[in-house]
Write a protein that binds this ligand. Structure first.
Ligand SMILES: [Zn+2]
Length: 292
């Protein structure tokens, strides 16, 4: 089973996770820029974070045989903080870079006026840079938030096939399916979707325009939920080709619209081999010399 996780926050995960993901079939991923769990106080904190997404984390993934891409954006939660608003000014510089395959995460958290402004500004950037955009839907009042999201997306003039609306469930899938946007589902251990519910939605709505992700981050989450969903699909009677469509081809088709995916195997990689580890600006993932 080859897997492309279209939404996972590897900065928050361990090398054990990378090794387990590779063993499970993960060969590529997208790490969206997001909220770190506590407020950032200056634009410089974002700049360093964005630089790590396109630098150190991409290198770290490559050491475990996985191709790392990212999305860059100002998340909805911090859109409300005036100290972070100038992040919008630094985005264009990142949107031109290799491996940046979309804008995001953007969208609504509490549906404030500030979130409106920042979401619209980033939709305009997506049109200007001809990049896909990842839109997060609010955790509270999800259906109203999703409807509002789709109205704003439609009014922006962006083509719906350039948009993924993420964190969907049974109540929000219909509206997004009708909009022509891509449908994202985050499979979590105890909240949002699980593998069984996801499989039922795939039986009902089909596999087109569906992205399944683990959205693993610093919270309770599981970077192998993509694989577990694939196994659930097979047990429910889906074919290997169906699973490949959902877990590999769909993310490739969606993020491939950026023209910036690199899906080549990492040169020389077979399985994690400490003695062969490379380095990034003089630093490696090793802690001291390998044992002989
Ligand atoms: Zn996320």
């Amino acid at each position: 089973m080859r897997i492309f996780d279209p939404h996972i926050h590897m900065t928050s995960r361990t090398t054990d996770d990378y090794e387990a993901m590779y063993a499970a079939g993960v060969r590529a991923l997208v790490e969206p820029a997001f909220w770190l769990g506590q407020p950032r106080t200056t634009v410089g904190s974002f700049v360093d974070y964005f630089d790590a997404l396109i630098g150190w984390e991409r290198f770290r993934a490559s050491q475990f045989g996985i191709r790392h891409h990212c999305t860059i954006g100002l998340n909805p939660k911090e859109a409300n903080d005036p100290r972070c608003r100038e992040v919008l000014d630094v985005l264009p510089g990142y949107l031109a870079k290799d491996g940046v395959v979309a804008i995001g995460e953007t969208g609504y958290d509490s549906m404030t006026k500030e979130e409106d402004e920042v979401f619209n500004a980033q939709l305009a950037l997506a049109v200007e840079f001809d990049l896909p955009i990842m839109v997060h839907t609010p955790h509270r009042d999800k259906l109203a938030g999703t409807r509002r999201t789709l109205e704003v997306v439609a009014a922006s003039g962006i083509r719906p096939e350039m948009v993924v609306v993420d964190h969907l469930n049974e109540t929000t899938i219909e509206a997004v399916a009708e909009s022509g946007c891509w449908m994202g589902f985050s499979i979590y251990p105890d909240t949002k979707m699980d593998e069984a519910r996801m499989t039922v939605l795939l039986q009902k709505y089909g596999t087109d325009r569906v992205l399944v992700n683990s959205a693993a981050d610093w919270g309770r989450s599981d970077p192998l939920k993509t694989r577990k969903t694939g196994e659930h699909m097979l047990a429910a009677g889906f074919t290997d080709a169906d699973v490949d469509r959902v877990l590999w081809q769909n993310p490739v088709d969606f993020y491939g619209q950026s023209g910036r995916l690199n899906l080549d195997p990492v040169p020389g990689f077979t399985e994690f081999e400490p003695a062969a580890a490379g380095n990034f600006e003089g630093n490696s993932v090793l802690r001291g010399a390998p044992k002989s």
